[in-house]
Design a protein around this ligand. Sequence first.
Ligand code: ATP
Length: 254
Amino acid sequence: MTEQPTARDPRSPSPSEVGPVLTVADLHVRYGGSHVLQGVSFDVPATGVTALLGRNGVGKTTTLKAIIGLAPRSGRIVLRGKEIQDEPTPRIIRAGIGYVPEDREVFGGLTVDENLRLVDPDLGVDAPIVGRLFPDLVARGKQRAGTLSGGQQQMVSLARVLLRTTSVLLVDEPTKGLAPKLVTEVADVLAEVARTTPILLVEQNLPLVRRIADTVVVLDAGQVVHRGGAAELVADADLTRELLGVSMRREGVA
Ligand SMILES: Nc1ncnc2c1ncn2[C@@H]1O[C@H](COP(=O)(O)OP(=O)(O)OP(=O)(O)O)[C@@H](O)[C@H]1O
């Protein structure tokens, strides 16, 4: 007898009943005399995209770096119920946090395939997830990564992280400096990735946030000043101006 698709098993928890994949509690970062994060606390839900927003220089990148141990910090960081704040960065990454930094950090002298084989020596561009999400990279497997466009390098950086099994992805301004068409492509990939892996996304492009983010966390003056739904925030021009100093940007995603 073939199994019919059924409604959700009533014994299994709904997404809203599942705890957060990541909890940041009372996070402080000091650079010399500058107290950049002053007790930042928020949860990243186990599904979808959480956008981390705030004005320039408010500490968004620092928050991501602090989570993976690349900024000097105190506070509690809990990944799937396990405290990780005392672990060194390689262990935090092995524990399941993927990090895509703002500057992409591809190896320009290596081919696309070689960049991916640094993580998956057996498959590189032949890995199924690369074929599914990044068909253009498969076609460009032999091209040196340094000759790719910014958007294509972003794809290499994302693909490299996705070759590892991750519980949550931290992605820092993936569309910065990209042409609108490439912004749309990167947004499509992130939306697809978020179907299976929760993402904490630093992003300044509000149309993109509205399109792919479910929840938002807004930083100001070293603290979280707003948490809520992404659509609600972006729809509220007064609130976005008050919190971010801007309302909806012109350069958008289709
Ligand atoms: N390594 C460092 N040493 C000293 N100060 C730093 C260092 N890294 C960041 N800062 C400072 O910490 C503050 C927060 O920087 P951060 O890059 O986290 O902000 P951001 O919100 O990501 O900014 P943007 O939106 O402009 O990218 C800034 O004032 C920055 O100058």
